[in-house]
Design a protein around this ligand. Structure first.
Ligand code: DGJ
Length: 532
């Protein structure tokens, strides 16, 4: 008996790893936190190249993601890889990945490449992609076989779901410490060159009443797709079909292990105007159909943009579309060219839970012109310095973001912006300028290349955490009246385990012309005050 209870006590002591708190998304008052080990977590992410998810490629991954100071790596898990023969599963790569990620102190986001990978079925096993009878492709408007799988084929959905469930069972059994924090379900789903499926089943459903969940979400009375959604009928219909399919896969996986799950979007080229669905990945979670996805995929915690458009205005507009009270912003992919690194700051300014440049490994592939021509030291340094700055304080930052108290800007390139961005902090406003000498009031001229970014988090009523690169920040009272604003105290320091460590005060030249950030790793705690 005594030994029995000792064994029981020993089992309890060993229990923490087994009962580790599951990662989850928490939303309060329209602000979001990704909780990992029970604490708000900021994903400082890096995504590997598509063909780097093999044991032989991993040695070319870790040095790069370590150099980047990333805390999370996104890695594909392909259906063809885990179920090459129907019903026979092979998780040897996943086991290796888990082991190596832990040894490198990284969390993982797994990318389920299955029915849709950049809309195509190329990552389905041969027994799926070669059997067009059992796993039919869509028909296009002319009734011809399209390249993408039909979202209405029950056989395909059931087979995809079965494999995904096996994956989640494997994680449940082999990842009690939740090295895998999030799962992306499919990759850039949807279809190019056809607004929707035109198979007989699809045509029947297109003419049938719109399902109640969609109608209720859009506050519409009964009617078919054309009647309720007019010009957008085909796009909405196809989005509902794809989202419902992915939702069913996610729901089955979550029933095994309820990790946060999301879907990523191949974006429309134009974030501002209406676009014909035949010209982008129709059905995927592009900004025009986020609402359809919300109505149709309740098990998908968020939808994410893959942003490969370097234009400042367009980038900000995509961020705006995806940062919503019902959708946390997570930039699931972005270009790895050095000029994209500064958008980390603008992304943070939208209360984001994470950011991840694509194609970050040393396998020698470059997706130029989407990304850098080469994964050079320069491109690694641009992202690496940013993650290095935030890694020691990611928890502090994520907590402020969860309270809706963060702001951030990236250097603009549009001449009309005059190398200037502003932030409305409520009681205060801040002006951020780019390309000025540290001393004096010369007009901003922009940096040599768009490298500037700056972020602010509110820590107390008049106290702000301020950091960035290649930028100057100046504060003003929003409603000054007769009041004069001054710096009460500007501390430079750093965080260790979430605790502030003071290094020195900034004053004199260092504060007289605003606070200037160079390429150095500098974090300030700024206390503002006013006198009359
Ligand atoms: C977006 C996709 O999601 C990625 O897997 C990759 O194909 C890039 N496009 C292009 O390199």
């Amino acid at each position: 008996m005594r030994f029995g209870s000792l064994a029981f006590a020993a089992a309890l002591l060993a229990a923490p790893a087994l009962s580790a708190e599951l990662p989850r998304l928490e939303t309060k008052n329209g602000n979001h936190a990704l909780l990992v080990d029970g604490q708000p977590f900021l994903v400082l992410g890096a995504q590997v190249n598509n063909s780097s998810a093999w044991p032989a490629a991993l040695p070319k991954v870790w040095p790069v993601v370590n150099q980047l100071h990333a805390n999370t790596v996104q890695v594909p898990i392909a259906w063809e890889q885990i179920e090459p023969t129907e019903g026979k599963f092979d998780f040897s790569f996943l086991d290796q990945l888990l082991k190596e990620a832990r040894a490198n102190d990284k969390r993982l986001i797994l990318l389920w490449f299955a029915t849709w990978k950049n809309t195509s079925p190329n990552y389905t096993p041969a027994w799926v992609k070669l059997d067009n009878k059992r796993f039919p492709r869509m028909l296009d408007a002319k009734g011809e076989t399209h390249y993408a799988l039909s979202p209405f084929a029950r056989s395909t959905l059931e087979a995809d779901k079965r494999a995904f469930v096996k994956l989640m069972q494997h994680l449940k059994a082999n990842d009690p410490q939740n090295t895998v924090i999030v799962v992306q379900v499919q990759n850039e789903a949807g279809t190019y060159r056809s607004a929707r499926d035109y198979s007989p089943e699809a045509n029947r459903l297109f003419a049938a009443p719109v399902p109640e969940a969609v109608r209720t979400y859009f506050r519409k009375g009964p009617g078919n797709w054309t009647k309720l959604f007019g010009r957008d009928a085909e796009l909405y219909f196809h989005s509902w079909a794809v989202a419902s399919y992915i939702d069913a896969v996610a729901a089955a996986g979550k029933a095994v292990k309820p990790l946060p799950m999301y879907a990523n979007a191949a974006l429309q080229s134009d974030p501002f105007g209406w676009q014909d669905p035949n010209t982008f990945a129709s059905g995927g979670p592009s900004h025009a159909v986020i609402d359809v996805w919300k109505a149709s995929a309740p098990h998908i915690d968020w939808v994410s943009p893959d942003i490969y458009n370097p234009d400042h205005k367009a980038y900000l507009e995509f961020l705006r579309h995806y940062a919503r009270p019902d959708n946390p912003l997570f930039v699931a992919e972005t270009g790895n060219g050095k000029e994209y690194a500064r958008y980390f700051f603008a992304t943070l300014g939208k209360n984001a839970i994470g950011f991840s440049p694509f194609g970050m490994d040393a396998t020698g592939y470059s997706n130029f012109p989407l990304g850098a021509p080469k994964i050079s030291e320069e491109t690694l340094a641009a992202f690496g310095r940013t993650y290095q700055l935030f890694a020691p304080m990611q928890g502090v930052w994520a907590k402020a973001a969860a309270e809706g108290k963060v702001w951030g800007v990236a250097e603009p390139t549009d001449p009309a912006a005059k190398h200037t961005q502003t932030m409305d902090l409520g009681k205060y406003k801040a002006t951020v300028t780019f390309g000025r000498p540290q001393f004096g009031m010369d007009a901003p001229r922009g940096n040599e290349w768009p490298s500037g970014g700056l972020a602010v988090a509110q820590l107390g009523p008049d106290e702000y955490l301020v950091t960035g690169f290649n930028a100057r920040i100046e504060f003003a009272l929003t409603n000054p009246g007769k009041d004069q604003l001054l710096f009460n105290r500007v501390e430079e320091g750093h965080y260790v385990d979430g605790k502030w460590v003071f290094e020195r005060l900034w004053n004199g030249d260092q504060t007289d012309y605003g606070l200037n950030f160079t390429g150095a790793q500098q974090v300030l705690r700024v206390t503002l005050a006013s006198i009359r």
